[in-house]
Ligand binder design. Structure first.
Ligand SMILES: [Zn+2]
Length: 147
């Protein structure tokens, strides 16, 4: 990795690390907590290490950055002008990995909720959080266990 990509790889890795506790995730967690939901975070035992896992509701929530996860049609996603090939490969790999993870989770009987970072911006935040809450609750048909 001493080639021209090293700088991009480094900044890529750094942003991955930063992403471990990004603010958008905290916003969603805080809201759910306030609403009385209990969850696990960055749950490595499930495919894709979901950002939020609500075991009681058998629901996983992913908060996806619009760039890294290729939010198509979103104004926050665009292909970088330089090192196009590198970024194309990187992003498409992410997309493919996401797709497989979501499929595996669904096969295991989990509900998957995707939240894009742009949906957590001012003006959309409240609607998004309510949507997430509604989807979680839709799922609670046979739940008797305590939190
Ligand atoms: Zn977006």
């Amino acid at each position: 990795m001493t080639d021209v990509h090293s700088k991009e790889v480094r900044s890529y890795n750094m942003s991955r690390i930063r992403n471990k506790n990004t603010k958008p995730e905290q916003v969603v967690r805080k809201y759910l907590h306030k609403k009385g939901f209990r969850y696990l975070k960055n749950y490595t035992k499930l495919p894709g290490c979901p950002d939020i896992v609500l075991k009681k509701y058998r629901t996983c929530i992913f908060i996806n950055g619009c760039f890294w996860h290729k939010h198509e049609g979103c104004k926050y996603f665009g292909w970088p002008k330089s090192n196009t090939e590198f970024w194309y490969k990187k992003i498409e790999e992410n997309v493919e990995r996401d797709r497989l993870n979501y499929q595996q989770l669904k096969d295991l009987g989990w509900k998957v909720i995707l939240v894009w970072e742009c949906e957590l911006r001012n003006g959309l935040l409240e609607t998004t959080l309510e949507r997430v809450e509604n989807i979680i609750r839709e799922n609670c048909g046979n739940v008797n266990s305590k939190l």
